[in-house]
Design a protein around this ligand. Structure first.
Ligand code: PMP
Length: 361
């Protein structure tokens, strides 16, 4: 660190993304990417003309893409916010709806086991983080979020949760919204297309609801960096205020074109989601047959614990055999690993390699 670094940020513990090693070709089941390429329409949209137009700034309002998203999801463009990956939106939301410092009484509430970026955002923006333990079975108890007091701030819940893949029902989310009229309730739906219920239909009724989604997982576009959010117009305006105070051109021209094309190929997207869900069921059953405990997942990953082998050991041995999965060396979950659902062939190789590992111990 240089001597010039802002002292308030010098102790920041940054987010650790999943490893992206370049030393050899791995079967990558560690960062919840899609095993399938973007749709042919997306590939066609990112064409030579679009590349030539890179000399021009992109539309800071992303009007065409907002319009396409609004039409696809049955809302108005004023209900849509776009940014450079949903991480960017989460960052803006923490700053806008929970920032301001402890004197404001605003805090951020989220589960103790969830997406690892939330505590990074609270540290970054000096927000008091109230981490609420999951139950022993790793589920979220909605009642824990229904008596938090009248302070402002934000509740942030990933649904499905990461890395567990477990879900809350729409009814449970509605209970949380009703109990917290003075807090924004952000529902992070990065994995919603793989089998959970979206909270989007509730935005009309609840001014405190912010639903965040992404093109990274179900639409095979992690590398394009495109996140989107839905809420009533006033919350969207607040996010626009932050965007136009940081990076007005946050959606680049290629991503913009790719996003519009992806929405025009919706059947390709839903077929991929179905295939991933089918492969998830097959993989879960195969792991259970090998003695694993596997949580019921509504995401494009499984959270699984081997019998008689530590999570770290499974991770290490699979890596040595050319397969990357995600291990979190953290209290309560160190025995588990998160395994992204790849193609059926990739998952068959995974199961074969796990069988070998079990044989070798
Ligand atoms: N939310 C959750 C729960 C995630 O797991 C991820 C992926 N790491 C994100 C948000 C961010 O995804 P992206 O920035 O690629 O849209």
């Amino acid at each position: 660190m240089s001597k010039f670094m802002n002292p308030a940020l010098s102790g920041l513990e940054t987010y650790t993304p999943g490893e992206q090693p370049q030393d050899m070709k791995y079967i990558k089941l560690n960062t919840n990417e899609s095993p399938y390429p973007p749709s042919p329409q997306v590939l066609a949209a990112v064409n030579a003309q679009e590349a030539a137009d890179l000399r021009l700034y992109s539309d800071p309002e992303s009007r065409a893409l907002k319009q396409a998203l609004a039409a696809r999801y049955g809302v108005e463009p004023e209900n849509v916010f776009l940014s450079n990956g949903s991480d960017d939106i989460l960052n803006f939301a923490f700053l806008a709806f929970a920032g301001g410092g402890p004197d404001t009484g605003r805090k951020a509430w989220f589960p103790d086991i969830t997406y690892g970026f939330y505590p990074v955002f609270t540290d970054l923006h000096h927000i008091v983080a109230m981490q609420i333990p999951l139950k022993d079975d790793f589920t979220i108890d909605p009642a824990d979020y229904c008596s938090l007091g009248a302070d402002g701030g934000m509740i942030c819940i990933a649904n499905p949760n990461a890395p567990t893949g477990l879900t809350l029902s729409l009814k449970q989310i509605e209970g949380i919204l009703k109990a917290n009229p003075d807090k924004v309730v952000l529902i992070d739906e990065a994995y919603v297309d793989f089998g959970a219920q979206s909270a989007l239909p509730l935005i009309r009724q609840y001014e405190n609801l912010l639903v965040v989604q992404t093109f990274s997982k179900s639409r095979s576009m992690a590398g394009a960096r495109l996140g989107f959010a839905f809420a009533q117009a006033a919350l969207i305006e607040d996010l626009e205020t932050i965007k136009f105070s940081t990076n007005p051109y946050n959606i680049n021209r290629l991503t913009n074109a790719a996003g519009i094309a992806a929405l025009a190929s919706d059947s390709y997207f839903s077929e991929n989601c179905s295939r991933i869900m089918e492969t998830r069921s097959w993989t879960k059953a195969a792991l259970e047959e090998l003695g694993f405990t596997v949580l019921p997942s509504a995401a494009n990953f499984l959270f699984a614990r081997a019998a008689g082998l530590s999570g770290m050991e499974v991770y290490r041995q699979l890596k040595a055999k050319g397969i990357l999965i995600r291990h979190f060396e953290k209290p309560r979950i160190a025995d588990f690993n998160r395994i992204t659902i790849g193609t059926r062939e990739e998952m068959e190789t995974l199961i074969e390699k796990i069988r070998e590992i079990i044989r070798e111990v």
